[in-house]
Design a protein around this ligand. Structure first.
Ligand code: FES
Length: 67
């Protein structure tokens, strides 16, 4: 699914970049040119980043509990 119409960036590209370690809006903009034109896609890109950060925080909590 295309997330950034201006730069033809798809959700799978954003997810792949985040999975490879890009964890900021600035990083995604540099890597994919997403959200660098009109900015309409920025809220959706932020949702992907927040979901990633939320999952990481949850895993850290679980690991801290397990130790
Ligand atoms: S839709 Fe992404 S910058 Fe315009």
């Amino acid at each position: 699914m295309v997330i950034c119409i201006c730069n033809d960036v798809k959700d799978r590209q954003i997810k792949a970049a985040i999975a490879s370690g890009v964890d900021s809006m600035e990083g995604l903009q540099a890597a994919l040119d997403v959200a660098t034109c009109c900015g309409c896609c920025e809220p959706m890109v932020n949702d992907y980043l927040e979901e990633h950060h939320s999952i990481n925080a949850s895993l850290v909590d679980k690991l801290a509990y397990a130790v």
